[in-house]
Design a protein around this ligand. Sequence first.
Ligand code: FES
Length: 125
Amino acid sequence: MALYSEKVMDHFLNPRNVGVIEDADGIGEVGNAKCGDIMKIYLKIDDDVITDVKFETFGCGSAIASSSMATELIKGKPVSQAKELTNKAVAEALDGLPAYKMHCSVLAEEAIRSALEDYETRKQA
Ligand code: FES
């Protein structure tokens, strides 16, 4: 069996939503101290709905595939639903990740959570 699913390879080779949103409503950046990978998520939010999302990931193939899939999973969704996104859901949507690569999907969950927290903080300001 191949180590990586076709979906992982597809999202790694053709990542969706790569880039920056200049006037983002929420930005989250997280890193994994062990592997040194870094993920940044930009959110555009209107009426508590995520209308656009982009990412920049300096990391391994699984981190890039996880970022790509995670952005696809929350695009067009209400903030409340995006908050519920788990790394498990990201990995499942990718048809699985090898056990030692699960932490890459955790990075995606954390980056989105951090961007949503930034959005909430800005809203209160
Ligand atoms: Fe660090 Fe994948 S090896 S995020």
